[in-house]
Each structure stands twice: as C-alpha cells, then as structure tokens.
Ligand binder design. Structure first.
Ligand SMILES: [Zn+2]
Length: 266
C-alpha cells in the first residue's frame, strides 16, 4: 500500500513539473536561460580617435555610453557580456576582434554613430542602420565604410586590405551575420519607434567594414544615428534614448539566438 502511495505521489509530482515546464515555454524572454550565450560589444573609436565630431559632440563618447547601457541590459537578461573597451582609450583593430574569439562569442557587435560631409543635408539625413560584412557597389555604404575604416586601420601594419576582405567573404559567417543584422535592426528600430515616432529606419546593408573582418563569428556594425543631424545628435547623448537603443539591440540578439537554436534542432 505504502509503495502504491509513493508511486502515486511521484506521479503527481511528475505531472506538476510537466505543467510548470509547459507554463515556462510560452513565457516572456525573461524566462529564457541566457547563461551560455556570450556577446562581445565593441564601442567604436576611443582615445586619440574621436570618430565623427559635430558641434563639439564626439562619436567615441556617444558609443561608449551606449555600450555601457548595452552591458547592463545584456547582464540583466543573463548573458555573458564583454566590452572591448569600457573607457576612453584607443584599440588596435586586432584588439577589438580577438576578444570575440577568445571568449568564444556567439555574436560580435561594433557600435558606431554616423556622419555625412555635406552640411546642406545635416537636417535631412538621419536614421538607424545595421551593417554586415560584404563587398558592395552601393556608393553610400562604401563611403560610410571608408570613413569608419580610416580610423580603425590606424596603428595596424600595412596588410593588404583586399586579401583580408576576400578571406572572410566566403562561408556561412556572411549568411549568419546577415540574419543577425536583420533581427537587430528590426528590434532596434521597433523599440525606438515606440517612444520616438520620428526615428527613420535605414535598414540592413552590406558594407566592407574592417572591424568585422577579424572576428570569425556572426558580426555586425550598428550605426545608431547621425551625429551630424541636430535632432539625433541630441538624442544620442540622452540616457532614455540610449536605453531604448540598448533594449532593442538586446531583444534582436535574443531573437537571432533563438532562431538559430531552432535551425540546428535544439
Ligand atoms: Zn565610427
């Protein structure tokens, strides 16, 4: 009789556990265990390299503040998160990307703010954009990459730029990086748009950014807005805007990781 009761009790317990598990499955992203997911975030520029500068505001400062918000948000969601720089210092290209391989990162994200040269268009050119590494004929993407590449190559040896690019433009990393870029861009824009209705969606674009070359894992570069646009320049230094940006990017990374798990049959 005792044996039967014990069996009955363990059966009831088993059913209760099953119900609990089923309940979690449909829950919010907060319930997903992210402790095995590693993310490396790179704040562009730093130290003697200010990046784009306009009206006394520097790209290197905006992106450092945004990556600090990203650090908090990824931590809150349970990720293992590493920053390439957490203060105002210059990093060589290899110092930015090697950490992603050393930490066996699932994704690498380099954060930048955009700029244009034509002053007459400062008020009209704005928006958030996400890039993945790919050669392109698009003149606009090429000129943005050229500006970012000029500073990222400071202090590196004279390696043949085409050789490095060609070596990474084949294989699944491009496809995975493209998927990551789509998830991050959609969620970043979606989150911002809830609170800042006028935000422009610049979409996902291919471009030959050297900072994405060295990391042998899904890697993207996010341009969080134009420092040359007065409205966006102000927002890029506003804590609430920075937090919304961070939330959207973190949700996008989560979406990408969950979809990838489904693809490989987890
Ligand atoms: Zn930059």
């Amino acid at each position: 009789m005792k044996q039967i009761l014990r069996n009955k009790n363990s059966l009831m317990m088993g059913i209760a556990v099953l119900f609990m598990l089923a309940g979690c499955g449909g829950g919010s992203a907060l319930h997903i265990d992210r402790s095995s997911n590693v993310v490396v975030i790179d704040a562009g520029h730093g130290g003697q390299d200010s990046g784009a500068v306009n009206s006394g505001k520097k790209e290197k400062d905006a992106v450092l503040q945004i990556t600090q918000k990203l650090y908090k948000e990824f931590k809150k969601q349970g990720y293992k998160i590493y920053l390439t720089r957490s203060n105002d210092r210059f990093l060589r290209l290899d110092q930015r990307t090697k950490i992603a391989d050393r930490k066996n990162a699932d994704v690498f994200i380099s954060v930048h703010a955009n700029a244009i040269a034509d002053m007459k268009r400062f008020n009209v050119v704005e928006g958030v954009e996400t890039y993945y590494l790919q050669k392109t004929r698009d003149a606009r993407s090429q000129s943005i990459a050229a500006r970012e590449n000029a500073s990222v190559l400071m202090g590196t040896d004279a390696l043949s730029q085409n050789v490095i690019l060609d070596s990474v433009l084949s294989g699944p990393k491009v496809i995975e990086s493209h998927k990551l870029a789509i998830d991050v861009q959609n969620n970043m824009y979606g989150q911002l748009n809830k609170n800042y209705r006028s935000v422009k969606n610049g979409g996902v674009r291919p471009a030959p950014f050297y900072v994405l070359v060295g990391a042998s894992r899904p890697s993207i570069l996010v341009e969080v807005g134009y420092i040359t646009n007065p409205k966006e320049r102000k927002r890029l230094f506003t804590p609430d805007y920075q937090e919304q940006l961070a939330k959207g990017i973190v949700t996008g990374v989560g979406r990408y990781i969950d979809n990838r798990k489904k693809e490989v049959g987890f």
